[in-house]
Write a protein that binds this ligand. Sequence first.
Ligand code: 6PG
Length: 471
Amino acid sequence: ASADIGLIGLAVMGSNLALNIAENGYTIAVHNRTASKIDDFVAMAKQQGLDQKVVPEADLVQFIQAVKRPRSIIIMVKAGKPVDEMIEQLLPHLEAGDAILECGNSLYTDSQRRYEYLKSKNIGFLGIGVSGGEEGARHGPSIMVGGPEQQWKNAQPILEAISAKFNGEPCCAYLGEGGAGHFVKMIHNGIEYGDMQMIAETYGVMRDGLGMNPAAAAKVFKDWNQGPLNSYLIEITGYVLEAIEPRTGKPLVELILDKAGQKGTGTWTAIAAQQLAVPATAIEGAVAARSISSRKEERVAAEAAYGKPSAGKADVSLDDLEQALLAGKIVSYAQGFAVLSKASEEFGWNLPLATIAKIWRAGCIIRSRFLDQMSAAYAKGGATNLLMVPDFVTIMQDAHKSLRKIVAAGAIGEFPLICLSASLAYFDSYRQAQGTANLTQGQRDFFGAHGFILTDREGEQHGKWPSTLGK
Ligand code: 6PG
């Protein structure tokens, strides 16, 4: 055996990861079900001067034997059934201590199940979240690892070498047993949905509330990218908004159909948050916004029924808009991290929150200056919710006022801010010491004798309610 690691699945992400590994000086065995893809890959590796580091194997058994023991074999096939099928094909040929490193966007419960199944066969299963798209896979993604620690240690040098670096630190970490890596990647994607939706809403305020054209909006995002919102997503927003469609000479963004696609990871985040009873309203709002966007025909009919939104001129400044976006982002990250924290407790993962913020600082889609601030804040420890971390309390004390102005402008001006308003509502609920659930508890006791606690007494109480039956 001559290869340091193996990789199966030479589609875009797999090929780029393999080239990244070869470029970092490791010998990699590659395999693909359709053999012609292997030839294509070898040709690509040759073009980039990396073919010496590649061991192509069209035969699965020879491929496995080409990898040094204990083996680390990356599988990069479509999430779901194809992963289970691949595991079954590999299993008879693996030996105790070998590991399968599954790097797709898999549901964490699937990774947990596969981890337990393979553990019973003395094979390690690492469920690994890889973020950064094609470019990241090739030149340095953010890598979130879950599974058995021993097999992580075997693969650690290679995974760290190929990952993105922030100030020289690898954006790659071991996060916990079982499905921990894929859970963290799922939350990354939920946060990604929130960031993208809030940016889209901000663009909506510029377009519908401030009457700005895409070129003017692009300029604002470019400016914002120099400040506290500095991030990959804000940067690419500037490029997307300034792009011109060559056939027509019109702004490309105005010609793109307003229906957003989604592959499911945002929905998974919202479901997991609900199952763990952690409010994640900003992320839920972002998922809902994509679903509403996809119902174009219904929206067209509803606009005809209710009339075109008045699009009244919004009385807000671009500074307010920037601060509102920052406030919405803080709430959304607070929610995402609260889900991580609860999952960690519930599943016994001991998730390192500061490390997670650290490995998201480069390589991944949500990379930003903000995450550097966040990781530093979490490293100090203590706070359970980002909204209670002193540095962020200071920012929010002002920023929530801007968020309020923008959400009010949206309500009056009749343009939707589903995610920003959800963030504001969460913030207002979170910081309200005296809520209204006292009434809810009264109602629950009225119709179901569910009981309530009185603030000046110990123990559960019941009210003496009049009967409404038959009235
Ligand atoms: C990443 C991305 C990547 C992809 C997601 C979201 O971290 O590199 O999150 O995994 O963009 O699958 O895709 P959808 O928007 O299609 O759900």
